[in-house]
Design a protein around this ligand. Structure first.
Ligand code: CA
Length: 229
């Protein structure tokens, strides 16, 4: 199982780097940004947990949390705040932050809280059932096979990983870049057409041969999303 992906959204580079260093040392896959819009995108697409600075330029941590919750994205959020008054704390919780840490904070404390939340909640990767069922389609993570009416459709490993990634985020559009990173890895040298080629093969096996109708929808100019069947 891959390490949980922790998003760090903090515009203070020194704090950001400190957090990245300690979270990586703790075994997490860390993505960091000082930009609120980028943070929102990463939180939607791939984060298992988001550490959000309250005071980010352009779109702040509260607005990011509010937007994510409005979109029914339940990624756990730890809010970093320099403001210690009660109002901000309460507002942060009302908006669905799972925890908060006031600056100045102990990095060890923050890492411990991140671990605790992922451990107890595990609302993303950890609790995903090993078999995803969508009507006649079953995607069996342990067996690495997709079945229609109980019959293996014969996906190749990358095709299976692609389908699993999409189905594990059903209803959420994933960009080609994100799919490349998740299925082929960050250091993969190929281009985004690779994703299209594999999507075609998955469709041929699931939709055409399995006569299931559309399972993977194209999101024009962006990528793909899994639609329930
Ligand atoms: Ca800040």
């Amino acid at each position: 199982m891959p390490a949980p992906c922790v998003l760090v959204a903090e515009d203070d580079a020194a704090i950001r780097e400190l957090l990245v260093h300690h979270l990586e040392s703790a075994g997490f896959d860390v993505v960091a940004t000082g930009d609120g819009m980028a943070a929102l995108r990463i939180a939607r697409e791939r984060a298992s947990l988001a550490v959000l600075d309250l005071g980010l330029p352009a779109i702040d941590g509260l607005e990011i949390a509010r937007t994510l919750r409005r979109e029914r994205c339940n990624v756990p959020i730890v809010m970093l705040t320099a403001r210690t008054d009660e109002v901000d704390r309460v507002v942060g919780f009302e908006l669905g932050a799972d925890d908060y840490v006031c600056k100045p904070f102990s990095v060890r404390e923050l890492v411990a809280r991140v671990k605790a939340i992922l451990h107890r909640g595990g609302r993303t990767v950890e609790t995903r059932p090993s078999v995803l069922r969508f009507g006649r389609l079953e995607i069996d993570e342990a067996a690495r096979e997709a079945r229609i009416d109980g019959v293996d459709v014969g996906l190749k490993p990358r095709e299976f990983a692609l389908l699993l990634t999409l189905a594990g985020n059903a209803g959420i559009a994933l960009s080609r870049t994100v799919l490349l990173e998740r299925v082929w890895g960050f250091d993969y040298e190929g281009d985004e057409r690779t994703v299209d080629v594999h999507i075609r093969r998955v469709r041929a096996k699931i939709e055409e041969r399995g006569r299931l109708g559309s399972v993977v929808a194209t999101v024009h100019g962006f990528g793909y999303k899994f639609v329930r069947v």
